[in-house]
Design a protein around this ligand. Structure first.
Ligand code: GSH
Length: 220
């Protein structure tokens, strides 16, 4: 049964599902969701048969419909032999992996989405809200810098941590730059961006860069 992934090439959470599919070379069909597809079966499927708010990515695997990018990865680990390494078999290591996944979703990507919301949903971004968002990102960058100091040098392996970290750090840097003040984090982001599965997502998303609400910086 060929898997079907519904999402958009510029969407960070879609990358989070694409990275393991590419890295583990799992065949799937991609169903694009954007303003040109709002009257299609793919759009109706995501908005009526998946999660409560119609968010993407969504994975269809036969009768199974999985939303939430982390749950999609958990599904791949359970059902795709090539994906078993995405979450460590050791129970304690798996807890650490899942905790880091939460860090990248809750303290990086969702914070970044808050900033993007300031630019999309308001007449003008609220300076106090933007300042709070930047402060929170800096606190997370500080935490990640300390976390990286206690980690062995990154290899080329992709786990749930890399799937969550790569897209969230990619866009976080665009919202609040990861400067030389966080040298390990900056270097790790560059390492993640160079992983073939991540580099492919970055390249496939290039045509949409002009749509980035804060303006896409001239890097990456
Ligand atoms: N917690 C969800 C977040 C998904 C999410 O925020 N997706 C964004 C695209 S990156 C989306 O669906 N945006 C459209 C919308 O909110 O209607 C996950 O992990 O999959």
């Amino acid at each position: 049964m060929t898997l079907a992934l519904y999402g958009h090439p510029f969407s960070s959470y879609t990358w989070k599902a694409l990275i393991p599919l590419y890295a583990c070379e799992i065949p799937f069909t991609f169903h694009m969701l954007d303003e040109t597809t709002t009257d299609t079966d793919a759009w109706r499927f995501v908005t009526t048969r998946a999660g409560p708010l119609g968010k993407f990515p969504v994975l269809a695997d036969g009768a199974a419909v999985i939303f939430e990018a982390t749950s999609i990865i958990e599904h791949l680990v359970v059902h795709q032999p090539r994906a078993t390494g995405l979450i460590p078999a050791d129970a304690d290591a798996a807890v650490q992996t899942r905790m880091l996944d939460r860090v990248f979703d809750n303290y990086v990507m969702n914070v970044v989405q808050g900033m993007i919301g300031e630019y999309i949903f308001k007449d003008a971004p609220d300076p106090a809200a933007c300042r709070r968002i930047r402060d929170n990102l800096e606190r997370t960058y500080d935490w990640l810098e300390r976390w990286l100091a206690g980690r062995p040098a990154p290899g080329r392996a992709i786990t749930l941590v890399e799937c969550a970290a790569a897209p969230s750090l990619f866009y976080a840097d665009w919202v609040h730059e990861i400067t030389a003040r966080w040298p390990r984090l900056k270097a790790w982001r560059a390492h993640l961006n160079a992983l073939p599965a991540v580099a492919r997502c970055i390249d496939e998303a290039r045509p949409w860069r002009p749509n980035f609400p804060l303006g896409a910086p001239d890097r990456d």
